[in-house]
Design a protein around this ligand. Structure first.
Ligand code: DX5
Ligand code: ZN
Length: 216
């Protein structure tokens, strides 16, 4: 089991992006999580390609890009060109998920699939062998700072079981409502990568907070 941390810059200070990215690069963070919201798939708009490009120019660490958008297949090349290393699409937004995942990989990126809280783990049974990352959403996507849905722990255990049974190499990433209070039980349930936005960026020292998440 890996124990990775991918801080979400959704809660960062966008007026000081340069400083925030330098802080993440010199912190214990493994990846940098970027939440792309289109106001259609989710009831909120965040930021798009120009910001990903800017972060990619500043950052040394891999960009973990989470697309909460409809028709993500239209933008795979663009996000690749903007600097994404890991590109995750929402299961619910993809009619031809297999093709989309193949395309992400053929562009040279790692392919992730995210499951909304209502989507069962069994939905990805036929694709788990073709992906690099399974993202279990532990809040309804759209906003930072929400409360972790406890039922997500069962889904993480089911995902772990599916990955073991199918000998898939996929990592389990968990996203939403994560803090040092619940990180231990989330890792214990089988998570490999924790995303944290609000908890990290509202901490007095985000870098120390990331370090604490890594040491749990
Ligand atoms: C939610 C996003 C998350 C979010 C996590 O729609 O996908 O990545 O930023 O933020 P916190 O840690 O604040 O719940
Ligand atoms: Zn996210």
């Amino acid at each position: 089991m890996s124990k990775l941390v991918s801080p979400s810059i959704l809660s960062a200070d966008f007026g000081n992006l340069n400083r925030e990215i330098r802080m993440l690069d010199s912190s214990a963070a493994d990846w940098i999580h970027l939440d792309i919201m289109d106001g259609v798939f989710v009831p909120n708009i965040s930021f798009g390609l120009p910001v990903v490009r800017a972060v990619s120019k500043l950052a040394v660490k891999p960009l973990d890009v989470h697309l909460m958008i409809v028709n993500p297949e239209k933008y795979l090349e663009k996000f690749c060109g903007a600097g994404a290393s890991i590109l995750t699409v929402q299961y619910e937004a993809c009619t031809h998920l297999h093709g989309t995942v193949q395309q992400i990989r053929s562009l040279g990126m790692k392919a992730g699939v995210a499951l909304n809280p209502h989507t069962p783990v069994s939905s990805v049974e036929n694709i788990i062998g073709d992906i690099d990352l399974l993202l279990v959403m532990s809040v309804n996507p759209g906003f930072g700072g929400q409360k972790f849905i406890p039922k997500s722990l069962d889904k993480i255990r089911q995902a772990k079981e599916l990955i073991a049974r199918t000998e898939s190499g996929a990592l389990i990433e968990v996203d939403g409502g994560i803090s040092i209070e619940n990180a231990g039980e989330i890792y214990s349930a089988g998570a490999d990568v924790l995303v944290a936005g609000n908890a990290v960026f509202s901490a007095e020292s985000p870098a120390d907070y990331i370090e604490k998440l890594k040491l749990i």
